[in-house]
Each structure stands twice: as structure tokens, then as C-alpha cells.
Write a protein of this length. Structure first.
Length: 315
């Protein structure tokens, strides 16, 4: 069963510095459960087919200009019908104030009225972006998330394999920590996953034999980041002589997380291998591939051409 997330209306008011023109009695309990908002243009004209009452309703310059041309009695009827659907709240942008009929019907149906000085398009896009992140499907995975050369590397592997130690070495090399031990992963679009750390363990790394360290205080605030897109999954495994590992990198492996396929590298380790350097190269190589350059394919093509030319010369 898919878990449904919500965002308290009160938090939206705080984050976007909105003004409360009328506060409903259930203001503290109101929650938004859909990521879209609505500008009820057709609804002001009386058309309520396919109306989505779960969305935050926003009025801008066009809607307010239209309402001003209406007689007060018609405005009362329109707001009466709109608020009868028990919308979460009504937000009026561009510094407009709610008309008396709007406040009257808000009191009748117990609907919160908000206002903002922001331009309508700006506040709409900002709220949608915020809700999309907060309401996104999510899971928590055991691992370490690092930003290396701008690439988000999710390090996974069995406990004690050396993920946290590799993270500290990367920190010494100037890269940034997002999460250690537990990574909260959110699907913010059809092809994008964002990773962050649970609030309780944010900025902390556990090193066996030393204990827990605060990365922000030990390495500075520039060594941590609150969230980052996940661009590459690195599976760290013990070296197994019975296994056959990809020597060229032609096999494009992926891992599916929340329905999104993320490139996967499996890195076998033995004592003496510099894992931090390998991870840096993996990050740079993944960036090159995204830009259309594949060194493994280029090398293979070059070898094939060499043998074709050799065969041609022998003939």
C-alpha cells in the first residue's frame, strides 16, 4: 500500500511568509495532500465540472479583475459555491485584499483566506515545487550519499565494508557529505531521485573504533549538503576470486529505486585499493557518459579497427 504524505497548511504559510486574512477554526489541522494548485478561473464563471477541491486555490490579477466587475450579489454566490466544496484554503496574490463577500462566505463555510504580495506565477511555481518535494514518494535505504564532482554517489554494500571510511577520505579531498548510514530517497519526477539525511543523524558519520563525528564541525560547513540528486549507485563488495568482474565497462548496469533506473557500478575491494580515488573516477566517468562520451566503447571500437586493419594487411 502506497503511503500518502501531507504538508500542513500552517507550514506553507510559514515557508512562503503568507498573511492570514481569515483563519478557519481547523487552520492548525489543515493539510495539503496533492502537489498541484488551482487558479479557479472557470469556477468563478460558474463551471464546476472536473473541479479538484483538494487543491489549494489561488486568485491572481485576472481573477480579481473579473470579480471586481461582478455585482456584490454574484460574488457572494460564486464564493458560496466555491467554498461549499471545502477547499483547503484560498490564496490571493499580488497584494489584493479579499472582498467582503469572500470573507462572509469563508466564515460561513469555515475556509482559511491567505494573501501575499508575490506575483501569481511566482508563488504558484514556488508552492508547486515545494509540494512536489514534500509529497514525493520516498523510501529509506542503508548507505552513504556523497557529492563528488557534482555527482550524487549512493554507496551501498554490506555493513562494515568501508562505506563511511571512504566517505571520510572523500571529505578530506574536498567533496561533500549528504547522508551516512541512512539515506532518505524521494522521487521528485519521473526520472529524478533526491537523497537527504534523516534530521536526527544529519551531518554525522559513524566510524568504527572512533565513534560518531560531526562532519560540519570537524571539516567545516562546506563539507556538508542537505540534499542532492542521486546520479550513480556504487555497490561496494569484497573481492571474490570466483567472480568475473567487468574489465572494460561495456556492461551498463542499473538499479531500480522507486521505479527509476539509476546507473550502477559494482566495485570489488581488497586491502590496498584506494577506494576514494576509485569513487572519484567513477563520478567523473559517469558525468562523461551523461555528456555522451563512453571511454569503454571508444576503446572497444579502436581495438576492433586495429584487428580489422591487421587482418586486411595480412590478406
Amino acid at each position: 500500500m502506497t503511503e500518502i504524505y501531507n504538508v500542513p497548511l500552517k507550514r506553507i504559510v510559514e515557508v512562503f511568509h503568507l498573511n492570514v486574512a481569515y483563519q478557519a477554526t481547523d487552520y492548525d489541522r489543515l493539510k495539503l495532500t496533492v502537489e498541484d494548485v488551482a487558479r479557479p478561473g472557470l469556477q468563478l464563471a460558474g463551471y464546476f465540472d472536473h473541479f479538484e477541491p483538494m487543491r489549494l486555490q489561488i486568485l491572481g490579477n485576472v481573477e480579481m479583475s473579473y470579480l471586481k466587475k461582478m455585482p456584490a450579489t454574484e460574488r457572494r454566490v460564486i464564493f458560496d459555491r466555491l467554498f461549499a466544496y471545502k477547499v483547503p484554503a484560498l490564496l490571493i496574490a499580488r497584494g489584493f485584499h479579499p472582498c467582503p463577500q469572500c470573507i462572509e462566505m469563508a466564515k460561513k463555510h469555515n475556509i482559511t483566506i491567505l494573501t501575499t504580495e508575490e506575483a501569481t506565477s511566482n508563488i504558484v511555481s514556488a508552492i508547486i515545487t515545494y509540494l512536489r518535494g514534500e509529497l514525493a514518494p520516498r523510501i529509506t535505504r542503508h548507505g552513504v550519499l556523497m557529492e563528488v564532482y557534482g555527482e550524487g554517489l549512493l554507496l551501498i554494500g554490506e555493513s562494515g565494508i568501508g562505506k563511511s571510511e571512504a566517505a571520510v577520505e572523500l571529505l578530506k579531498r574536498g567533496h561533500r557529505l549528504i547522508a551516512d548510514d541512512a539515506v532518505e530517497i524521494r522521487k521528485i519526477s519521473g526520472s529524478t531521485l533526491m537523497g537527504s539525511a534523516p534530521e536526527l543523524i544529519r551531518n554525522y558519520v559513524e566510524l568504527r573504533g572512533i565513534g560518531v563525528i560531526n562532519v560540519a564541525k570537524l571539516f567545516g560547513m562546506g563539507a556538508v549538503k542537505s540534499e542532492n540528486e542521486i546520479n550513480l549507485v556504487v555497490n561496494i563488495v569484497p573481492w571474490n576470486t570466483q567472480e568475473v568482474y567487468d574489465r572494460l565497462g561495456l556492461e551498463e548496469q542499473t538499479m531500480e529505486i522507486l521505479g527509476v533506473n539509476i546507473p550502477l557500478n559494482t566495485i570489488p575491494i581488497t586491502p590496498g585499493r584506494n577506494l576514494a580515488v576509485i569513487l572519484e573516477v567513477a563520478a567523473m566517468n559517469n558525468r562523461q557518459r551523461k555528456m555522451g562520451y563512453n571511454a569503454a566503447q571508444e576503446f572497444t571500437d579502436q581495438v576492433n579497427r586495429h584487428f580489422e586493419e591487421s587482418v586486411g594487411n595480412d590478406a
